[in-house]
Design a protein around this ligand. Sequence first.
Ligand code: NAD
Length: 387
Amino acid sequence: MGDTVLSQFTQAFDEEKKISGRKLKVGIIGCGWIAEAHAESYKEMDDVEIVAAADLIPGKAEAFCARYGFEGVHFYPSHKEMLDSEKLDAVSVCTYNAQHAAPTIYALDHGVNVLLEKPFTVTLDEAVEVCRAEKRSGKLLSIGFQPRCDVNMQMIKKIVESGALGKVYYIQTGGGRRRGIPNSTFIEKGTAGIGALGDIGCYSLDMVLNAVGYPKPLTVSGYKSAYFGTNPEYATPDRFHTAEENAARFGVDDFAAGFIRLENDIILDFRISWAMHMDTPGDTIILGTKAGLRIPSTDCWNGSVGGEMTLYHDLAGVRMEEKIPILKDKSGHGLFYKKIRGFLDAIIDGTPAPVPSSQILYNQAIIDGICKSAELGHEIEIRIPEI
Ligand SMILES: NC(=O)c1ccc[n+]([C@@H]2O[C@H](COP(=O)([O-])OP(=O)(O)OC[C@H]3O[C@@H](n4cnc5c(N)ncnc54)[C@H](O)[C@@H]3O)[C@@H](O)[C@H]2O)c1
């Protein structure tokens, strides 16, 4: 099996370099679970060479690259040593949330383009610092929202932009799992920083904010709780911890909600859950003056369209319900491949980032606003500093 992967990889490298005239030198920072999806995609690209990998855990980067048959890779104990030593075109930042900002800023300051996994950061302050680093570097930063590459998600934006809904004035979004608390580094304050709110909430926010052109958030009244993650009856065991231990480690939210006023007189009603006594906290609905759109939720909310959408509108005085079937992706590639390819093509072509930080800054401002408002117990104004 390993040999097959290795020889496929070598063959791919022997092919004509297609786009840039040379292979892009890429490093991977953080060789955990999601880095696997990056590695799988990079492996398919014959104009990419994985030249460096870093992980805080000794031996992890080495084992990771061996699994994917990446040869001649230089290994480092953290992002700093890697970026101080290597001349890279790009890095995938696949670290846990609390380590998103530091490696991204360090990479940008070293003149390296960055594909940063979602959520953007833990706090708005960190996101602002990352945006400033991007600005002073002149390099490209794209945030890893692969649902943007989903044809059905793109359809939502097309429907809004077609004008079929008229003026959008109210959006209800969110999603949730009846039981779906992840474990590992997702549940500790020190590594994750935020829970369901950041992990899957960022997808719900992006789904609708991207569709309506990312209006600026103005105020938020937020709520968050952790009744399930902290309870051994509901916490999930993993390879290294019992349910009791994971309940004790749990330091983030497992449910969050927010009522947000957006620019252009739009109200956003949001809720997200890793665990609850309900199948879903509701479908996404976008209400406009001419029509309303219902987007069914999924059982395991991960930012996808859960079934055929329905457009509600009146036609010559008759109330219509139009079904929008689920579209099949004909590209032959998965969402991760497409998100990484889009990032690399933007570097090669000198085009804007596929998922720009200027948009996701607003996504992060809402997440941050929900946390702050929840702590204070009242609505707050969202203030986004100049970049
Ligand atoms: N896009 C998606 O669908 C998706 C899915 C899952 C996770 N994620 C995101 O990916 C990120 C990582 O998740 P994961 O499940 O892979 O976590 P993980 O804990 O399995 O892996 C993170 C790795 O980063 C390493 N690390 C941390 N700081 C480092 C540093 N400064 N330098 C080098 N290595 C460092 C850790 O040692 C760890 O091995 C999270 O932010 C998560 O939200 C995205």
